[in-house]
Structure formats: structure tokens, C-alpha cells
Design a protein around this ligand. Structure first.
Ligand SMILES: [Zn+2]
Length: 102
């Protein structure tokens, strides 16, 4: 049930910057009125960490699995995610999510 509040709709919680203090970051977000965080990935290697965080903070950390276009390239060379970029773990992640949210 939605209780209202702010939603951080693009948060890189799976980044290495938060490995040491993710619990503190989440607690501070909650105390600041954040009701939910959408955890996004830059690389498919982050999917497992995002799933782990969404399990640990169920109902607060919402997984958003995708990858950024290749960064640092001119616009004509940038691209969206392909199945190759998403990696072989994609089906495993979708199966896991369907158990959690369907
Ligand atoms: Zn981003």
C-alpha cells in the first residue's frame, strides 16, 4: 500500500560508491521523506546487486534493470541496450523478478 512521499526515480544504489554505507544512505533517505527508490544500473553486472537490494529493502528499493547507452561516445555512435549487452543473466533476473512481483 502506497503511503505517499517522494520517489527517487533514478538512483545508482548499486554503484561502488555505496558499497560501504548503503544501509546508512537508505536510512537517511527514509528519514528525509523518501518513500521509494528506483535503483537503476549502468551495466548488466549490477543486476544481481540491484535484485539483492530490492530483496533486502522490499517495497522501498524498486529494481529497474537496463543499461545506459554507451557513454563517452558521440551521439551517432551511442546505442541502447542490446541482448548481448544485457548478458546471459537476463532470463535468470526476469525469473527472479516474476517471483517477487507477479
Ligand atoms: Zn543514471
Amino acid at each position: 500500500m502506497w503511503r505517499g512521499g517522494f520517489v527517487d526515480c533514478h538512483c545508482h544504489l548499486s554503484a561502488r560508491d555505496f558499497q560501504e554505507d548503503v544501509e546508512e544512505v537508505i536510512e537517511q533517505a527514509k528519514q528525509s521523506g523518501v518513500a521509494a527508490i528506483v535503483a537503476v544500473a549502468e551495466y548488466s553486472e549490477e543486476f544481481e546487486r540491484i535484485i539483492e537490494l530490492s530483496n533486502r529493502y522490499h517495497g522501498f528499493v524498486m529494481p529497474c534493470l537496463g543499461v545506459h547507452p554507451v557513454q563517452g561516445l558521440p551521439p551517432q555512435d551511442q546505442r541502447g541496450a542490446t541482448l548481448q549487452v544485457m548478458g546471459g543473466g537476463c532470463c535468470e533476473v526476469l525469473t527472479h523478478l516474476s517471483v517477487l512481483y507477479l
